[in-house]
Design a protein around this ligand. Structure first.
Ligand SMILES: NC(=O)c1ccc[n+]([C@@H]2O[C@H](COP(=O)([O-])OP(=O)(O)OC[C@H]3O[C@@H](n4cnc5c(N)ncnc54)[C@H](OP(=O)(O)O)[C@@H]3O)[C@@H](O)[C@H]2O)c1
Length: 349
């Protein structure tokens, strides 16, 4: 029998995307979706792409029942924690897409967000990046889905850090990100006339996702890893393109990187290595991954400067949130990790 699931915060962009995948998943039965602002209204009012696929209407969160097998939390950070607390003891499997349980250390959480309201629960959360924590996710009751920028930066770095092929000092990630990453809420700075045609650096250093990037890479390295990350909002709705600049520890050949990536991502169906001068798209870029759960990774060695330039592309609403949440749900329930997610993107788009 299909698993009964509910989505808290389904009127937002990640909730809407998660609903799209969940409705098409053969082992998921979406029983409830919540929104305060749109309570009583049809899901298709906000998600016209789902017309003909669902009759669900939004309910207020206080009417949420706990007779479900799994719950997805798609609310802003600082609000997700209360729902994790509410459902944790019920035995319901929880997939939290907010940032509230991504960081293991409550002091780091306090530095980047606020005092953690339920630090006692942090120890139960597994960082939901299947390519790093597949076995722990399978056993977890609470999975904290990674940030979208973090996903696009941790995945291309993890194999090289593990193989000790790069210096863990002075890593620089430069990311371009689409407007849907800011959520469905309105802000004058993201209003169309302000954003159209723009390329905007909005947090040159100290972005919150830096904390989870360093947490995960330091754990792989067994010692601190330092990463600087600068995101830029660009004129694109979905997608992230991260270009990561690192220094080689010794003189590397291309084959060394192929080996490191292939070995690390064996058994990880959603990571594709993209590096081919003969193809239409030589390196990763967002368009071929939009609407899919793939993370495309490519690189080039700059032997003259001793650098490696690594490129990675994901859809922030799929591998960066809603799709990754389904991938985690699949693992937590013993399903094939590809279930309901195995599809290519559009071309041309
Ligand atoms: N957008 C992305 O690319 C992305 C990627 C990875 C992770 N995330 C994370 O995912 C979460 C959701 O992001 P989003 O972009 O989907 O945001 P969003 O579009 O602004 O949607 C937020 C949702 O949360 C609900 N909500 C707000 N406060 C609530 C509360 N106190 N209790 C219950 N529901 C509440 C809203 O419902 P109402 O209708 O009631 O207002 C809405 O459904 C955030 O934590 C974000 O950091 C986002």
């Amino acid at each position: 029998m299909a698993k009964k699931v509910a989505i808290i915060g389904a009127s937002g962009y990640t909730g809407g995307e998660l609903l799209r995948w969940a409705l098409m998943h053969s082992e998921m039965d979406v029983s409830q979706i919540t929104s305060e602002r749109f309570a009583g209204q049809a899901a298709t009012k906000l998600n016209p792409n789902l017309r003909g696929f669902t009759q669900l209407a939004f309910t207020p969160v206080k009417e949420l029942k706990n007779d479900v097998d799994a719950i997805f939390i798609c609310t802003p950070h600082k609000t997700g924690a209360q729902y994790v607390k509410q459902f944790f003891e019920t035995g319901v499997k929880i997939v939290d897409l907010s940032a509230d349980f991504r960081l293991h250390n409550k002091d780091t959480y306090a530095k980047y967000y606020q005092e953690h309201p339920h630090p006692d629960l942090l120890q139960h959360a597994v960082y939901g990046l299947p390519e790093l924590h597949r076995e722990e996710i399978k056993k977890a009751k609470l999975v904290a889905c990674p940030g979208c920028l973090a996903t696009s930066i941790i995945l291309p770095l993890a194999p090289l850090v593990k193989a000790k092929l790069i210096s863990v000092e002075g890593i620089i990630a430069d990311s371009k990100i689409g407007s849907s990453a800011g959520g469905a809420g309105f802000d004058i700075s993201t209003h169309h006339p302000e954003r159209q045609g723009g390329v905007r650096s909005y947090k040159p250093h100290g972005h919150r996702h830096t904390a989870e990037i360093e947490q995960e890479l330091s754990a792989i390295n067994g010692a601190p890893v330092s990463v600087g990350m600068t995101p830029h909002g660009i004129e694109m709705v979905r997608g992230i393109m991260s270009t990561v600049h690192v220094r080689q520890t010794g003189k590397l050949a291309d084959i060394d990187l192929w080996k490191a990536y292939r070995s690390f991502f064996t058994g990880s169906p959603f990571v594709r290595l993209v590096k081919d001068q003969q193809t239409l798209y030589r390196y990763p870029e967002p368009k071929p991954v939009v609407g899919t759960n793939f993370a495309d990774i490519g690189w080039e060695l700059d032997q003259e400067k001793g650098r490696i330039i690594i490129m990675s592309a994901i859809d922030n609403l799929v591998k960066g949130s809603g799709g990754q949440a389904i991938q985690n749900f699949n693992l937590m329930n013993g399903f094939d990790e590809k279930m309901g997610l195995w599809q290519p993107g559009f071309h041309p788009l």
